[in-house]
Design a protein around this ligand. Structure first.
Ligand code: NAD
Length: 348
């Protein structure tokens, strides 16, 4: 029986990945600071541990795993990574995890390691036109990500590729573009646009209004979790190191995303635009390289994925309705941060 280690197995993508690997017959160890929030883990062994501590990494990586998936990171949606308030934590925590995991794997002679980088590492200056953003893999340099989160991803993807070159490790690097689906964060300030929009629509009364950050004309593409996992496994088991985009090419504005969710929900709502953290003006996945190297690219429509996400969010909203237990970021009280990250995102 093959075995795999999933770091970040208590998170959104990690918990789905554990389930997928179990379906394939793997013995799976998961590790995270927390158990998955919305489901029981399917891992054979789940360790609660802080991967910033190298001793913990040594204890957890106690055998020669066939596949290691490194998804653990200090991350969140725009409300977490673009305010500037979390920059030091984001850089320090995620870089430390990556340094520890990679070096411990090397010492155990583990070869095959997947690393989840992000489209946030692409330069700000190529993403100012919402109708034609550039995210070809070879457009990464000269580097100028719009957040410290993106800079850390860029550093770490280079780290994984350096271990590949210098120590003959089979590291694989993907640049994920906005992954979404059920069982992801939907309300604690770290949620991404699809979950946030679904929550706002689910909470609104028909005929009411929802609030969107900015003018809603910023563009993005969103990839459903099942397709993300398919791409991840194909890349990990291929001979191609990457970095390569794993994302959808179906670009929409945030206003269009909101209208699509309203259609699915069967609700007519007004949109009120308010100040909030935004990130780059436009972003879309560019899938030529993945198609060429893996003979595959994601194909499922955004609508199909949202049709699975919306009912799940509606269920969460119904379950918490009447209680004030879920905290939300105070968007209306948002004050632009005057530091480096905000200057970059405001420039976009
Ligand atoms: P997530 O926040 O749900 O999962 C990350 C997990 O890492 C969390 O469960 C967290 O507790 C864990 N973690 C953080 N610090 C840790 C530590 N010190 N020790 C152990 N565990 C720790 O995020 P996700 O959406 O599942 O993303 C997984 C990976 O994919 C991340 O590396 C993220 O940067 C990357 N990524 C995700 C997206 C997306 O749209 N979801 C896009 C681009 C890149």
């Amino acid at each position: 029986m093959k075995n795999a280690l999933v770091c970040g197995a208590g998170g959104f993508i990690g918990s789905h990945l554990v389930a997928r690997l179990k379906r394939e017959g793997f013995w799976v160890r998961g590790v995270d600071l927390k158990f998955p929030e919305f489901t029981e883990t399917l891992a054979d062994d789940f360790v609660i541990a802080d991967l910033r501590e190298v001793e913990n990494c040594r204890d957890i990586i106690d055998r020669r795993f066939d596949e290691v998936y490194q998804l653990a990171a200090d991350m969140g949606g725009a409300g977490y990574i673009f305010t500037g308030a979390n920059d030091a934590d984001i850089m320090h925590n995620s870089a430390t995890i990556n340094l520890n995991i990679l070096d411990t794997c090397k010492k155990r002679n583990i070869k095959r390691i997947f690393y989840s980088s992000s489209a946030c590492m692409y330069p700000d200056y190529n993403q100012t036109d919402p109708s034609a953003p550039v995210t070809r893999e070879d457009s990464a340099y000269p580097a100028n990500p719009d957040s410290e989160y993106g800079w850390e991803k860029l550093f770490s993807e280079r780290l994984y590729l350096a271990y590949n070159r210098n120590f003959a490790m089979q590291t694989r690097v993907a640049r994920y573009h906005n992954i979404f689906g059920p069982q992801g964060t939907w309300t604690d300030g770290k949620e991404k646009a699809p979950a946030a929009v679904c929550r706002k629509v689910a909470e609104a009364r028909s005929g009411g209004a929802i609030e969107l950050w900015g003018d809603g004309e910023q563009t993005r593409s969103f990839l459903y979790i099942d397709e993300c996992l398919e791409g991840t496994l194909r890349l990990t088991r291929s001979t191609f190191a990457g970095p390569v985009n794993i994302g959808s090419e179906e670009m929409v504005s945030i206003n269009q995303l909101a209208k699509l969710v309203m259609e699915i929900a069967g609700k007519r709502l007004a949109i009120k635009h308010i100040p909030g953290p935004l990130g780059v003006r436009g972003r879309n996945s560019h899938n030529q390289l993945i198609q060429k190297m893996l003979d595959w690219k994601p194909s499922q429509s955004l609508r199909k994925g949202l049709e699975k996400l919306y009912p799940w969010i509606e269920e969460q909203v119904s379950a918490t309705r009447g209680s004030n237990s879920h905290a939300r970021p105070a968007a209306a009280a948002f004050k632009p941060f005057t530091g480096v990250a905000a200057e970059r995102s405001n420039a976009s």
